[in-house]
Design a protein around this ligand. Structure first.
Ligand code: AQP
Length: 327
């Protein structure tokens, strides 16, 4: 039996990058009997960015509704909120003592976020990967379904596990990343990663009109200036999204139409918007239904936290023993 852990920040609306890059795998792995799954809404990570405290409780409820609507079965996985299991922060402190400072300052996410929020380069931005390592190692997880943006952090988590094991004895397995077919979805600008905090997303619960408007403004093949210019579907953002959301015949028609200049970017965008609306409709409807019953969501999260706390206490018992802490 493999143990699986992954997390998502309540830092904005759940978007198609989160879904295609990570959560599709969460749903798939939770449904399989070979995996014991823990999925957490990582609010402790989210507070390293600028945020509004009064909006947080609702964001957590909505994100939980979105994850359930995406198909995550809470009876086959522990779905919980990170701050409700205090062992995450306790283990993070301990792991900080075996983490080289130099490695932390090399992380590209730290550099990017420091540039993005120069007025708030807090120490939590730097130590973020240690908390992520703690999230994973607390459950002694061996598989971590994440997008490409988390690979560097996961490599550091592996090194932290190695260093801890080397110093205090074999305690943690080295976790491996698990990717989907779409580990990096770009934002609507076609340049940066689609990311909640960059505001370049299509949310899973976005209404149809908003989807049409956003896709109309999406980036397309820069070399195709006029409709009569043949395009390059392989490097066109809109054609790329057809691969994931449109039926194969629609995708083939628009790729071919782009290549031969028989269909324009506007046609392709219109078709993509309708495909997305259709693809997302069941998730959107289900999430809106679930959001109308926040008490059920709270019950799900409470049950998940209980399961997570049990596993976390067990690991921390072992860790304290290894560290030689007074008992
Ligand atoms: N664009 C993406 N393509 C593929 N996978 C992605 N993930 C995130 N964006 C993409 C994966 O989704 C999981 C949750 O990550 P997150 O909560 O950090 O997502 P975010 O939208 O990137 O959120 P933020 O707040 O804007 O965070 P930063 O700025 O830290 O990226 C992860 O498995 C992630 O890999």
């Amino acid at each position: 039996m493999e143990t699986v852990l992954s997390g998502i920040q309540p830092s904005g609306g759940f978007h198609i990058g989160n879904y295609l890059g990570a959560v599709q795998n969460w749903v798939r792995m939770a449904a399989l009997p070979d995996y014991r799954c823990y999925f957490c809404i990582v609010d402790l990570h989210a507070i390293t960015q600028n945020y509004e405290p009064s909006a947080m409780p609702n964001r957590v409820v909505e994100l939980c509704a979105d994850l359930l609507a995406a198909g995550l079965d809470p009876n086959r996985s522990a779905l919980f909120v990170q701050s409700q299991v205090p062992e995450h922060t306790e283990l993070a402190w301990i792991l900080a003592t075996v983490t080289p400072y130099g490695e932390l300052s090399r992380m590209t996410q730290f550099k990017d976020k420091s540039e993005r929020q120069p007025e708030n380069i807090n120490a939590g931005l730097l130590t973020y990967p240690i908390l992520m390592a703690a999230d994973i190692l607390l459950y002694r997880a061996t598989r971590v379904p994440v997008g490409m943006d988390q690979v560097q952090h996961l490599e550091l988590a592996r090194e932290i596990a190695r260093r801890f094991n080397g110093r205090f004895g074999d305690t943690f397995p080295e976790p491996l990343p698990i990717h989907t077919q779409a580990p990096k979805i770009l934002g609507l600008d076609g340049k940066q990663k689609m990311s909640k905090s960059l505001g370049n997303t299509i949310e899973v619960t976005e209404n149809p009109e908003a989807i049409r408007k956003k896709i109309a403004g999406a980036y397309t093949d820069e070399t195709r200036l006029r409709k009569t210019d043949p395009g390059h579907p392989e490097s066109c953002y809109v054609c790329g999204l057809h691969n994931y959301f449109s039926p194969p015949d629609v995708t083939a028609r628009h790729h071919e139409g782009c290549r031969t200049a028989t269909l324009g970017c506007v046609d392709s965008k219109r078709a993509l918007a309708e495909s997305l609306i259709q693809y997302l409709a069941p998730m959107r409807e289900r999430s809106l239904e679930l959001r109308a019953h926040p008490e059920q969501i709270r019950e799900t999260l409470a049950a998940g936290a209980e399961t997570a706390r049990r596993a976390a206490r067990e690991t921390m018992g072992l860790v304290r023993e290894r560290l030689g802490f007074y008992r």
